[in-house]
Design a protein. Structure first.
Length: 355
């Protein structure tokens, strides 16, 4: 299941606009959310003056950013309806491939153009004023406490019988301020060199994403996911996409053995994701296990949710990664695998992260 999710998230193709046919009510809600984001950014980033003299929020309404925001909202709008009924089947996932593809296509085309000016402006403001980040944190905290926190609490309370609601409740009790979050982060990462690791990971991700977007892999990816999800949905023993082991696993293995293989360009992305997971766990395994044990203890009072976590793979032991290749690669039927196709970043990530 994890491999299939990696592949699904990698989709970045198929023409068409997910916002086609958007209702007037949905469009009005999007406008409200967009205006709220712009207003909040103007307050939180008030001390970040652009060279042009414009407000920071102007960077969020460039053509590229607006395309991403609009497409992202439209995807959320459709997904809220699509995934409202549980359990989610592979037929439902199959019907969502085109939507994910549309969103991925927009991200491929617009993400760098949207993100680069924002990153540069923030970097300049940090370099110019030592108090910039503390002021941003203070403003963001004030807005969260005054306008958001009560709604998050209500959501967690109303959804206390769900995994998401319980996770939110755990987080809100554990972290009551930014200082709590910062202290926890520093405690868990002291002496690990996580800043360098994060920078290397971002650079690696950008390389792999760029190769995927520019390699012509997009149509192959969408076609593959449509085929395998449709095939799996035909099995009477695969009715819940959240439970992969058993009937769904057998159906997927049969498809990959007899019906088709993962496109090589898409497998490059999966290889990168798996290798990255292995690298992270190799260095941060103790910290990951600490968090996992903490969540396990918190969920112990809700046995049914704890069981759901285990069966869905939401909190698997990361040690699973150590044997991932040896236990699954033969079933992938990854034909014509050429080591030269693997992005160079896959051979350098380990060195960069000093693992």
């Amino acid at each position: 299941m994890k491999l299939l999710l990696v592949l699904a998230l990698a989709v970045a193709a198929v023409s068409g606009n997910i916002c086609d046919g958007q209702s007037a009510e949905s469009a009005a809600e999007y406008a409200t959310i967009k205006n709220t984001v712009l207003a909040v950014s103007s307050v939180v980033m008030a001390n970040c003056n652009l060279d042009s003299g414009a407000e920071f929020s102007s960077l969020l309404v460039t053509d590229s950013c607006l395309k991403i925001f609009s497409e992202g909202y439209c995807y959320y709008d459709k997904a809220a309806v699509l995934y409202a009924v549980l359990p989610v089947s592979y037929g439902v996932l199959n019907s969502d491939v085109a939507n994910i593809a549309s969103l991925g296509n927009t991200l491929c085309a617009e993400a760098e153009a949207c993100y680069a000016p924002i990153k540069e402006a923030v970097r300049k403001c940090i370099d110019a004023d030592d108090s910039f980040l503390p002021n941003v944190i203070e403003s963001a905290t004030f807005y969260y406490k005054s306008a958001v926190e009560s709604r998050v609490e209500s959501y967690a309370s109303d959804n206390s019988d769900t995994i998401v609601g319980t996770l939110i409740d755990i987080a809100m009790k554990r972290f009551t301020s930014f200082n709590d979050i910062n202290a926890f982060f520093l405690e868990q990462t002291a002496g690990t060199g996580i800043e360098d690791d994060a920078a290397a990971a971002v650079a690696s991700f950008k390389e792999v994403a760029s190769l995927f977007c520019s390699s012509g892999c997009t149509d192959q990816t969408a076609s593959f996911l449509n085929a395998i999800f449709g095939y799996m949905d035909k099995s009477s023993n695969c009715n819940d996409a959240a439970v992969f082991c058993g009937g769904c696993q057998a159906k997927a293995a049969k498809f990959l053995k007899n019906k088709g293989s993962i496109p090589c360009c898409l497998m490059d992305v999966a290889d990168y994701a798996i290798a990255g997971g292995e690298a992270v766990y190799a260095k941060y395994g103790d910290q990951i296990e600490n968090v996992r044990d903490y969540l396990g203890a918190e969920f112990s009072a809700k046995p049914s949710l704890s069981l759901s976590l285990k069966s869905s793979g939401t909190t698997p032991s990361p040690r699973w990664l150590a044997s991932r290749r040896s236990t699954t690669q033969p079933d992938l039927a990854h034909k014509s695998e050429d080591p030269a196709r693997i992005p160079s970043v896959l051979s350098t990530t380990t060195l960069k992260m000093d693992i």
